[in-house]
Design a protein around this ligand. Structure first.
Ligand SMILES: Cc1cc2nc3c(=O)[nH]c(=O)nc-3n(C[C@H](O)[C@H](O)[C@H](O)COP(=O)(O)OP(=O)(O)OC[C@H]3O[C@@H](n4cnc5c(N)ncnc54)[C@H](O)[C@@H]3O)c2cc1C
Length: 391
């Protein structure tokens, strides 16, 4: 067994660290990564737009991509090094993930030559994208979506409603999943359209999270005309596209989840010390259990990564999102318990990190829902990994 990095990987890390040391904006380090940001902050503040563009121009936005797409053709191992270094510092590379993480890879795989031209701006963050999947009656059961697009010779006409659409209020474009064949079995009549968010007939109504931030919206479509050439992939083949083409991102997403969890545990230790709870045997045991959990998740992530880097599938990664978001929820719950009634108070003078705990606590629930709920992930684990029958 060899546990050292290759010299070229160490050189890659040194170049990255030097870049981050020199260029990371002050705001990125203090940003409450993963928990929604302060309530009164722009969803995508100017510093983060500039930072994303800077990362892209230097080939550090998605290092596995080629230079013209904001990368440097790096290897999977180097991607892991990159994700760890960035996550360790709590530096968000972007505050709007759909463009670089979902839209870019999907258009590269399924888009027409013209649609592929949209990718550099999506990854650089110059174009903000949103993803219109969920509807009031189609979340976990996404294939039940009903937003309808009637097909005409040179255009689609869209009517219906989406909900929980992150960034809709600031997005220029939307990857919109619509029903194009209402008579086909439900997985078969779905298509993917690129929709310009300023098209007449689109009504965007922001929704506030319980944390107070308004990062998503409900979006209504009333006779919205979408040019035929905005269809991605084949007509009625949208379900296959929902599965995405995120192999690299998926293999790395767990790093952010686990690193964020580890950072929350360090903050929890600090909080327990400040509140004098660090000598309480129950609190100590719970913190140690959280640490143990995070360490096991990291080890499992590496195991999955090793299979992925050798070209095999990594079923471990489908477990990681559920496990790390549930573990983070437990950490934030303990943080709230330690603070008692003070937990609900946002008071910078008392040193409660400017509402970090209460905001993180609220968002920790959202993170077990977004991108597929924990219950659905458990169903997937039971059926696809453990081979159990459907209940
Ligand atoms: C912060 C955040 C951002 C989001 N951003 C987007 C976005 O940008 N675009 C987008 O399209 N959507 C987005 N969503 C929506 C998200 O994908 C859905 O909330 C999620 O898929 C669950 O769907 P639902 O809310 O309709 O809940 P439902 O599917 O109605 O589920 C309700 C409850 O029932 C449980 N349940 C449902 N079916 C089963 C089952 N078969 N077995 C066991 N339990 C079950 C669920 O786990 C859940 O607890 C976002 C959500 C959040 C929280």
């Amino acid at each position: 067994m060899k546990l050292a990095w290759e010299p070229e990987d160490e050189a890659f890390r040194a170049e990255l660290v030097a870049f981050l040391d020199e260029h990371t904006p002050a705001e990125a380090g203090t940003r409450d990564f993963g928990s929604g940001g302060p309530v009164d902050e722009d969803i995508i503040p100017a510093w983060s737009r500039k930072w994303q563009a800077q990362l892209f121009d230097a080939g550090w936005m998605v290092p596995a991509f080629p230079p013209e797409l904001g990368g440097r053709n790096c290897t999977p191992v180097q991607t892991l090094i990159y994700l760890e270094e960035v996550a360790r510092r709590g530096v968000p590379r972007s505050l709007h993930f759909p463009g670089y993480a979902i839209v870019g890879p999907s258009l590269l795989e399924y888009g027409t030559e013209e649609q592929k031209q949209l990718v550099p701006a999506a990854v650089r963050g110059d174009t903000v994208w949103c993803i219109g999947m969920s509807e009031p009656n189609a979340g976990s059961d996404l294939a039940g979506l009903r937003t309808r697009a009637t097909v005409h010779e040179d255009a689609f006409v869209v009517n219906g409603q989406k909900v929980w659409t992150s960034y809709a209020q600031v997005a220029q474009k939307c990857c919109l999943y619509v029903r194009t064949d209402p008579d086909a079995p439900k997985h078969k009549g779905i298509s993917l359209l690129i929709v310009d968010m300023d098209t007449p007939g689109i009504d965007i109504r922001p929704l506030r999270h319980i944390s107070g931030a308004a990062e998503f919206a409900e979006v209504f479509f009333d006779d919205v005309i979408v040019p035929r050439e905005n269809l991605v992939g084949d007509l009625n083949d949208g379900w296959r596209l929902t599965q995405g083409s995120l192999a690299h991102e998926r293999a790395g997403l767990w790093v952010e989840g686990v690193s964020r969890l580890e950072q929350s545990i360090l903050s929890l230790i600090d909080l327990a010390t400040r509140f004098g709870a660090d000598r309480d045997p129950v609190v100590r045991r719970e913190i140690a259990a959280a640490y143990e959990n995070a360490a096991s998740l990291r080890a499992l992530g590496y195991k999955g990564f090793s299979s992925f880097a050798q070209g095999s599938s990594a079923p471990e990664h489908s477990y990681m999102k559920m496990a790390s978001s549930e573990a983070a929820k437990a950490v934030f719950e303990l943080g709230m318990k330690i603070q008692g009634a003070y937990g609900a108070v946002v008071d910078a003078e008392r040193g409660d990190e400017d509402g970090r705990w209460i905001r993180g606590f609220f968002m920790s629930f959202a993170n077990t829902i977004a991108g597929g709920t924990s219950e659905i992930q458990r169903n997937i684990i039971a059926q696809r990994i453990l081979g159990l029958p459907r209940s």
